[in-house]
Design a protein around this ligand. Structure first.
Ligand code: GDG
Length: 501
């Protein structure tokens, strides 16, 4: 039976484990994150499907079943596995998406690498995703595509299936025309996105940027523009906007635009924190700390996450404040992506270099100022660190949303703890009661961390209370409801759009 909701996301929605020579499909070990959130949508549709890639030596004759049925706590759904060669994956994902698009999306022109991009392969892979989605979709189904590595899918899908509703969600920032137009494939990408019924972003700034890029190249008109919802305009910050287009027109069609910040599963995190094992782990962490304060920093190893700038700030802090030596510990979790990308390897070795220098300069046999972890901490332990940390120091240079800061707030059911948050994380638009900082400024970084470490309890609790109210209200279910409403309101007549060749 074909599906009423088809989710197109590059990764498969489970872990494949070989047991006695047989493949078993297991729930992802970590029930947080975007994959379980997306799977939870299947419960709202009669029949669901997921399209992802899977590596195959010979895609014409893959050594796995292309389409399988999964039955898990989210119900029964189909997973269509698109066989791609290792070369196709490297080219479309690691090279085109990560080396060319990712730096531009996050505003790092100098890191943009155009030369190795093989555009025909990017098109070919996106076409294959579109074909797989078209094969799964029922008449008038919603096809929900995620992220920039699938930018051309909407245009192709519109060609293959003019009847379906196409929605596209960006998890990254979207830059304005000056930055986006660095990409030589800009017209083709924008025309594809304009084949959607709905294009979603975390915050109004990215919507405005998308429209600025589209208007710079194409005859796009704004049909409706609205004041930004109060929950996304509670302060004026680096990423604030006061109004946002909600509908634009292009080529005789209307495209709905949505700003909807992804949230976290607060109930789940609170349940984890309430467990006895978590309490025991928190106690153990606190005992090990003695009277030292714990600063926690968590993210992927990526230049956008600002790890290097943060370690420099920590070094300056220990340099200028000898009184803090022996009284602080920074746990810097920087999970290395398994991608063999030079840019990430360089960041990793730079982090190790600075961390080694800090420990060498200021540490002793009894006290190490910094613990650098390059591997993922299991989520049930991570929440114990969230709960134990006096300060969460989350200072990306650019970040679509940033869920770590929301997880930290969700874990602080005790009402204490301070969040220092970069003003360039999408989450800063919502979490105005955090200590907001500019990671490009030494002065701002250094004063924010000092302020956080010295903040009186009353102020900590007041800020945390405000933050937790927002994190709870705008949690993952709130986002899901927003998406569902947006799908419903995107019921528009469609015409065929042919993306530029
Ligand atoms: C993209 C956008 C946007 C991290 N370290 C560990 C661990 N994590 C988990 C966190 C969190 C997730 O990874 C990271 O989410 P972020 O949102 O912070 O960042 P990206 O991976 O860059 O995600 C981002 C997001 O998409 C959603 O739209 O917010 O802006 O870049 O859930 O908990 N989890 C475990 N151990 C770790 O050491 N278990």
């Amino acid at each position: 039976m074909s599906s009423n909701l088809v989710i197109v996301y590059h990764r498969q929605p489970y872990e494949e484990v070989e047991v006695d020579g047989r493949i078993e499909y297991r729930e992802n070990k970590s029930p947080n994150g975007i994959v379980p959130t997306l799977k939870s949508f299947f419960g709202r549709f009669e029949k669901g499907a997921w399209v992802a890639w899977k590596q195959a030596e010979d895609p014409a004759h893959p050594d796995f079943e292309r389409v399988i049925e999964i039955d898990d706590q989210y119900g029964k759904y189909t997973v269509s596995r698109l066989p791609l060669t290792a070369e196709q994956i490297t080219s479309f994902y690691h090279v085109s998406s990560k080396e060319a698009f990712w730096p531009i999306l996050h505003g790092f022109k100098e890191r943009y690498n155009y030369d190795p991009v093989d555009w025909p392969t990017f098109r070919e892979v996106n076409w294959a995703f579109a074909e797989a989605a078209a094969a799964e979709a029922a008449d008038g189904a919603v096809v929900w595509i995620h992220d920039y590595n699938l930018w051309l899918v909407p245009g192709y899908l519109r060609k293959l299936r003019p009847d379906v509703k196409i929605s596209f969600f960006h998890h990254t920032p979207f830059p304005g025309a000056d930055m986006f137009n660095v990409l030589p494939w800009r017209n083709e990408i924008l025309e594809s996105l304009l084949a959607c019924d709905l294009v979603g972003f975390h915050i109004p700034r990215y919507v405005n940027n998308f429209v600025s890029a589209a208007r710079s190249l194409l005859e796009v008109d704004t049909k409706t523009r609205e004041k930004v919802k109060p929950e996304l305009a509670s302060q004026t910050s680096a990423l604030s906007e006061q109004s946002v287009p909600t509908q634009i027109t292009f080529d005789g069609r209307t495209i709905n635009l949505q700003a909807s910040p992804v949230g976290v599963d607060v109930d789940y995190i609170e349940q984890l924190v309430a467990r006895e094992e978590t309490a025991a782990k928190v106690k153990q962490i606190k005992q090990e700390l003695g009277d030292a304060q714990l600063i926690l920093s968590v993210g992927r190893t990526d230049y956008t996450k600002g790890g290097i700038e943060q370690l420099h700030s920590y070094e300056r802090l220990l340099e200028t404040r000898p009184d803090l030596r022996g009284k602080l510990r920074l746990m810097h979790v920087s999970v290395a992506a398994n991608s063999n990308m030079v840019a990430y390897e360089e960041i990793q070795s730079e982090l190790e270099h600075i961390a080694g220098r800090i420990n060498g300069r200021f540490g002793s046999l009894d006290w190490q100022p910094l613990a650098l972890l390059s591997r993922a901490v299991p989520f049930d332990q991570l929440v114990a660190y969230y709960r134990a940390a006096d300060v969460a120091w989350i200072t990306p240079l650019a970040d679509g949303m940033n869920l770590v800061c929301k997880e930290y707030g969700a874990a602080r059911a005790d009402g204490d703890g301070v969040l220092v948050l970069s003003e360039f994380a999408g989450a800063a638009v919502e979490l105005y009661s955090a200590v907001i900082t500019n990671p490009f400024s030494h002065k701002s970084m250094d004063s924010a961390i000092s302020l956080a470490l010295e903040m009186p309890e009353e102020e900590r609790r007041e800020r945390m209370k405000l933050m937790r109210e927002i994190i709870r209200k705008q949690d993952v279910r709130f986002w899901a409801e927003d998406q569902m409403q947006a799908f419903d309101s995107a019921d528009l007549p469609k015409t065929m759009i042919v993306p530029a060749a």
